[in-house]
Design a protein around this ligand. Structure first.
Ligand code: NAD
Length: 362
């Protein structure tokens, strides 16, 4: 990979390579775009096959954060960091504190959070060296984001129902939910309460059974989620589950779920869904509640405001689906265009975020 070519093509402002041989730290902080505010995004710890893979992941993920914030009206930029290493055997206080020092050098241009392979404990170690970290427990912390994410998915689903059926009521709709984890649990309860007939699955059967028993949903097998006849399919487990094998099995009218990166290949599989007559609500739009939750922590956490923001995902999704229909483009193309338009205009107003260093006590 030609690094500067990749950065130029993807539109990154800055990529920071962090090295501390004593603690074994090798990390990459990718700051994609700070037109809307400081770049926020989690720190992933993963044993990448190569440095190149780690950089590519950081570049791709940080860009995704810019779009998610931009389209959901959050005043944050997009960033992401990766620490190269085995999250099960190579963590230490010193490593995360060394990493925290590098985050501090950005003077608030980059704010970190938990991600795959990192935990609240790791954030607490980072916090020893910098205040630019969210998702740390205790007073003022935003806590578990999944109820907020679920409310956003529920609101996005109502917008999709309105678009497809002319009414945003989910009463009487058959909805298949993949996953019975944190987001799915909150979502399933809301759907049943709204009068939907809900089918739920998880690779851990006991999780699906417990959720079904608590909510009134029905359990189905994990491999039945794609072919079970339904109105709406809601992926809330892993990414890349909309692909060449699964899309031909779908019978639903819409896909609306909280899982990240649902389309195995964005353009190709968004097209395949449209060809099949399935409305796709872009994942990064409807699952932005989690980002809204940590974003609020940056300004001073306000749960009621965050829940109202997550409900606003109804209007945001509606606007995207309407724009896609009017312009005859894919829904992901409409959401990307709306995000890029906001970025362009705000960038024009105030440029990029330069952090707020204190110099000689001032
Ligand atoms: P979770 O780990 O609590 O739940 C995921 C569940 O999916 C687990 O119970 C797991 O057993 C199950 N699962 C895995 N593979 C499956 C399969 N093939 N079929 C059925 N079930 C399967 O995670 P979560 O916090 O609920 O997040 C769910 C998804 O939403 C993830 O993709 C996550 O990245 C995304 N997301 C979550 C949040 C949040 O606030 N937690 C915010 C934005 C996006």
């Amino acid at each position: 990979m030609q690094l500067f070519d990749a950065i130029t093509e993807l539109g990154h402002e800055q990529v920071v390579l962090c090295s501390d041989p004593v603690t074994g730290l090798r990390a990459i902080i990718a700051i994609h775009d700070t037109s809307l505010g400081p770049a926020l995004g989690g720190t992933r710890m993963w044993q990448y096959a190569s440095t190149n893979d780690a950089i590519v992941d950081a570049l791709r993920l940080s860009r995704g954060m810019t779009y998610k914030a931009a389209v959901s009206g959050v005043n944050l930029g997009g960033g992401k960091a990766v620490i190269i290493g085995n999250p099960h055997s190579e963590k230490s206080e010193a490593l995360f504190r060394a990493y925290g020092r590098f985050v501090e050098t950005q003077r608030g241009r980059y704010i970190t959070a938990e991600d795959v392979g990192t935990s609240v404990r790791d954030m607490e170690w980072i916090r020893m060296e910098t205040k630019y970290v969210t998702g740390v427990g205790g007073v003022g912390g935003s806590g578990d984001p999944s109820p907020v994410t679920a409310l956003g998915v529920f609101s996005g689903m109502k917008a999709a129902a309105k678009t497809v059926y002319g009414s945003d009521s989910l009463a009487g709709k058959r909805i298949v939910v993949q996953g019975a984890g944190n987001v799915a649990s909150h979502l399933v309860h809301s759907l049943v309460k709204d009068g939907a007939t809900v089918f739920v699955s998880d690779i851990f059967d006991e999780k699906a059974r417990a959720l079904a028993a608590a909510s009134g949903a029905t359990v189905i097998a994990p491999d039945a989620v794609f072919s079970t006849p339904c109105d709406i399919f809601s992926p809330n487990a892993l990414g890349a589950i909309l692909n060449d094998d699964t899309i031909p099995q779908l019978t639903c009218a819409a896909v609306v779920g909280g899982a990240n990166n649902q389309l195995a290949q964005e353009q190709k599989h968004a097209n395949a869904l449209r060809d099949r007559g399935v409305l796709y609500a872009p994942d990064y739009v409807v699952n932005a509640g989690g980002l809204m939750n940590v974003a609020s922590e940056v300004e001073g956490y306000d749960r009621d405001k965050v829940m109202r923001q997550a409900e606003g995902i109804y209007d945001i999704t509606m606007n995207i689906l309407r724009t896609a229909a009017e312009r005859n483009v894919l829904t992901i193309e409409a959401s990307n265009a709306i995000a890029e338009d906001r970025l362009r205009k705000v960038r024009h107003v105030h440029g990029n975020f330069i952090g707020s260093p204190t110099i000689r006590g001032v």
